[in-house]
Write a protein that binds this ligand. Structure first.
Ligand code: ZN
Length: 528
């Protein structure tokens, strides 16, 4: 649900995102593992870091580029003190926001980077709503490299260890499993979280704060924990315990939950929620004690399957993450509150899509976006959800869910782009979905329809005339309910031309309800 604070974030972020963000990394190198050793302090915002990167070079490389913000004029940023490659001091430089390692030989290498500095972003060091000092990693989309040396792109996923040395009064939570918690000399505590599943850097996370911690329950064998500020203990445990429901629902609908545990964490994320793998961060205001966070929690939990386990191979396919989480949340609500709720949600999402495309019509897969924060838009969320909703109708209930399960199974712990999803759905349904995917994802806008019911001379017949007023001609099925003289007839009309006509039985006084089940993303002509 990263959207909530979008506008606030965009203004603040414009200055931070570089002009060429999220560039596709060099495919000749593949990071397999990160071990982040970080020392945190109560008296200073300086962090000391030692990062071990296990990387496989597929062929000799003259240079290997690692993202890490350099020290800026305001003093924030990271200063690298040494870089070892396979135990030896390497030839390297820290130029701009890249650490460049020279002359890499093929095979597996271990790079150890020692550094320190005050994070300008990526790790939020601040006070929480109760005035207590807290540390929250907040990486999405490419902010981790403000304090961690990483290949900051969703296509290079890696296993990760966070080994955090902090004053002993902090509780430390992170992605993966807790493998060590030890008191250390000098009033310090070492906490080690280990995730063996490969993760995109954007959803690796840890936090250090005062926390009250409760096991909300288990789904199958997966523990679901609530981590909230001690002052919010009662309200937070109550609000976050609802997480068990979506974990169980998606596990049954899609496939097994991808990670060894789930922690739902009250946090200082700049977003409404951030879906960090196995360690979801919610804004501190998500805790009210009134159970109001269910939708937000269901959204972030859906990301564990889509976005985290199956990760978009490139930024411009982010609808595979946000559109999926948005739609699965509506499906979760459909299961809990009935079909009407799904229709209501889709109608609300459709209004947002139409309002947005009226301002600027861009395709969902929009390679012109350079500021990654701008990917958090109506296309990625609501239109992405609509694409899935229409696909469900296009291929049918059984094929749709079979396809979703296969897509998860085939790309679990990996990456996928839109074409991978299309192929999986084509296999599951036996249908050619070329036109469907092209028109809804690669074409800007949506059908604008002028629909009329024209009585014919022969008394009992009328013509349904559907005209597409937009430039690109779409193909779809349109459902129309015709009511007249106490009768109700449902008509499903294929629309593939600029003007489509269908003769139906209808009395002269008949009236139409277009798309009664909210199944089509369209704009009614003349309605702005
Ligand atoms: Zn989301």
């Amino acid at each position: 649900m990263k959207k909530i604070f979008l506008y606030l974030v965009m203004t603040f972020h414009l200055s931070i995102v570089s002009s060429q963000p999220g560039m596709t990394p060099d495919r000749r190198a593949d990071v397999e593992h990160y071990e982040f050793n970080l020392s945190l302090s109560d008296t200073s915002d300086v962090i000391n870091g030692e990062t071990r990167i296990t990387v496989r070079f597929r062929e000799p490389m003259q240079e290997f580029r690692i993202d890490l913000d350099n020290v800026r004029p305001d003093g924030k940023g990271m200063l690298v003190s040494s870089l070892l490659c396979n135990g030896k001091e390497a030839v390297w430089e820290h130029s701009g926001n890249k650490v460049i390692l020279r002359d890499c030989s093929p095979g597996l290498s271990e790079i150890v980077i020692s550094y320190s500095g005050i994070p300008s972003d990526g790790l939020i060091i601040s006070k929480n709503r109760f005035g207590n000092r807290t540390f929250f990693a907040d990486h999405w989309p490419d902010r981790a490299s403000a304090y961690l040396p990483v290949v900051d792109h969703p296509s290079d996923k890696a296993a990760v260890d966070f080994i955090i040395m902090a004053p002993s009064h902090y509780e430390v939570v992170g992605s993966g499993e807790l493998v060590e918690e030890s008191d250390m000399p000098g009033g310090l505590k070492l906490t080690h979280w280990k995730e063996v599943c490969p993760l995109a850097v954007k959803v690796m996370a840890f936090a250090a704060a005062d926390f009250a911690v409760q096991l909300a329950g288990r789904v199958d064998s997966v523990p679901v924990w609530s981590w909230v500020y001690p002052e919010n203990r009662e309200e937070g445990f109550y609000d976050y315990s609802v997480a068990l429901k979506p974990v169980r629902f998606y596990s049954e609908l899609i496939g097994p939950y991808p990670y060894s545990k789930l922690a739902n964490v009250q946090s200082k994320t700049i977003f409404g929620g951030l879906e960090n793998a196995g360690c979801i961060f919610y804004s501190e205001r998500s805790v009210t004690g009134e159970g109001k966070a269910e939708k937000l929690i269901a959204h972030e939990i859906a990301h564990q399957w889509f976005g985290n386990s199956v990760t978009e191979g490139d930024w411009h396919h982010v609808w595979l993450s946000e559109g999926f989480a948005t739609y699965l949340t509506s499906v979760y609500e459909e299961m809990n509150y009935g079909k009407e709720r799904l229709a209501e949600n889709m109608a609300a999402d459709r209004s947002r899509v139409l309002r947005s495309s009226e301002r600027t019509a861009r395709p969902v897969i929009d390679t012109t976006i350079k500021n990654l924060m701008q990917l958090l838009n109506t296309n990625s969320y609501q239109k992405g959800a609509w694409v899935l909703h229409m696909l469900r109708y296009e291929v049918g209930e059984e094929s749709f869910w079979k396809g979703m399960q296969h897509y998860y199974e085939n790309f679990r712990n990996g990456n996928a782009v839109t074409d991978d999803f299309k192929k999986t759905m084509e296999e599951a349904s036996g249908k050619d979905l070329g036109i469907f995917f092209r028109q809804w994802l690669y074409v800007a806008g949506e059908p604008e329809l002028k629909i009329s019911l024209v009585p014919q001379k022969k008394n009992d017949y009328s013509e349904i005339v559907v005209e597409q007023l937009q430039d690109h001609i779409f193909s779809f099925r349109l459902t129309i309910l015709i009511k007249g003289q106490g009768k109700e007839t449902k008509v499903v009309m294929p629309v593939t031309e600029k003007k489509s006509v269908l003769t139906v039985k209808a009395s002269p006084d008949a009236v139409m309800t277009v798309d009664p089940e909210v199944r089509l993303l369209y704009r009614a002509a003349g309605i702005k």
